[in-house]
Design a protein around this ligand. Sequence first.
Ligand SMILES: [Fe+2]
Length: 381
Amino acid sequence: MTLAEQYKAVRQRSEQICSPLQIEDYVVQPVVDVSPPKWHIGHTTWFFETFILKPYFMGYQEFNPEYNYVFNSYYETVGARVIRTDRGNLSRPTVKDVYQYREYVDEAMYSFLCHEPSPEVKELFVLGLNHEEQHQELLYYDIKYILGHNPLFPAYDKSYTTQHAEPVEGFVSISEGVYEVGFKGEGFCFDNELNRHKVYLSAYEISKAVVTNAEYLEFVKAGGYQDFRHWHAEGWAWVNENQITAPLYWHQIDEQWFVYTLRGLEPINLNEPVQHVSYYEAYAYASWKGMRLPTEFEWEVAATQFNWGNNWEWTESAYLPYPGFSKAPGAIGEYNGKFMVSQKVLRGASDATPPGHSRITYRNFFHPNLRWLYCGIRLAR
Ligand SMILES: [Fe+2]
């Protein structure tokens, strides 16, 4: 595929994800972590405009100089911006304005891509595509949260389907030793996957299957959420402060458990992987089972030997720089490095991850209390 074709495919996919939305769905921000879909559509456009067109496309006229303020996410280098909690207060620019912005930038990008960009600019371009793919995943999380917290539980798409791996049993055994982890090869990777380096692992076993709803329901029924012994102090405080009694989107109605999916509210499918649990819950469940979560390196070393890919999987690892990690100069250096504090690494990929976006060395990361992402649990011992 040419660069223009790659660009078109990625840009169209974001719009396709939004196609079942009504105008009103585009604007709301029910909690700080959930950005309005309109904002994602504008911000991913702003990324190409700011990091490619403005610096590298001679004669490019910015669509609207005020948009830098509303669509800059967290780049201090690029200037002041609307605070994150206020993204849902923006009734203007309208959804129509934002799609016009998108079209304008796309036209400019197609002209720009008529000539092969320099290797440095091409690198930025590929980062822009991967960035937009990350926002496509966030769009699913945010749309689900917006609709799933509406008391009417509207469906996003009544025919939305997900694929699940064949059921498997047992554990993969890995012997103690020194292993190499981190990205190797040609292709694109994020800076946080470098440098490839050696780690020592003690012998361990890691489950071939992820924890199912049926298994997790046992923990709920056994009073797991009422027993402090399974929880970190922080997790226990989180459970109590927020009165957590089950995964996000679970609802108990007349003794029966229902779950909000993108198809609407439906009875829980017990065979499916449990989804939407925080790191705190993943840890508590593992502790209740007499096991633990794998570290990110245990996961990576074993990952060729089990199926992964319906949910991101919480690991026991803190999100830290690898040996030799360095931030790129300028605004792009703000992409990953500045978030390497107080977060947990998740490995794998989810149903919301664009095809081909993730890989075995990919490091996703979130704060331990968050669970609106598509995440689940794999056990180790
Ligand atoms: Fe972003």
